[in-house]
Design a protein around this ligand. Structure first.
Ligand SMILES: [Zn+2]
Ligand SMILES: [Zn+2]
Length: 129
């Protein structure tokens, strides 16, 4: 009995992870739930949220906190995000941050930098139109 439960959990987990790996849209937990539910109709919202938090705690995915909502990203490499203040969309920023890596391993007065998270805020191209 326990094993069956565990098995199903693992399948759901890998499904959620694969979904996140396949998108570049930085979906919210709600979007992840809606998309995953299309393929796994029996999955509950609570399960999806738990899976996401679990991955986050383990460092397998990262959470991007915007004003009032959390977005998830399976790309945990150091890259910056552009958050549109109008539509709330989250975009990856690689080029403009090509030199942000110099921050890594730099020693500051309070300690050495292992990772960094940079959020840029502005109005995206779609909203400017
Ligand atoms: Zn926008
Ligand atoms: Zn990203």
């Amino acid at each position: 009995m326990v094993n069956i439960k565990k098995e199903r959990m693992t399948a759901q987990k890998s499904f959620v992870f694969n979904y996140l790996m396949g998108v570049k849209t930085h979906p919210t937990a709600e979007t992840v739930y809606k998309e995953v539910k299309k393929k796994l109709p029996n999955i509950s919202q609570g399960t999806v949220y738990r899976i996401l938090n679990n991955f986050k705690d383990k460092g397998k995915i990262q959470a991007i906190d915007t004003k009032d909502i959390v977005h998830f990203d399976a790309d945990v490499s150091d890259h910056a995000h552009f958050i549109c203040e109008k539509c709330g969309k989250v975009y990856d920023v690689y080029d403009e941050c090509a030199h942000c890596g110099v921050l890594k391993n730099r020693r500051t007065k309070v300690g050495k930098i292992n990772h960094y998270k940079i959020n840029f805020y502005g109005e995206c191209r779609n909203c400017k139109r």
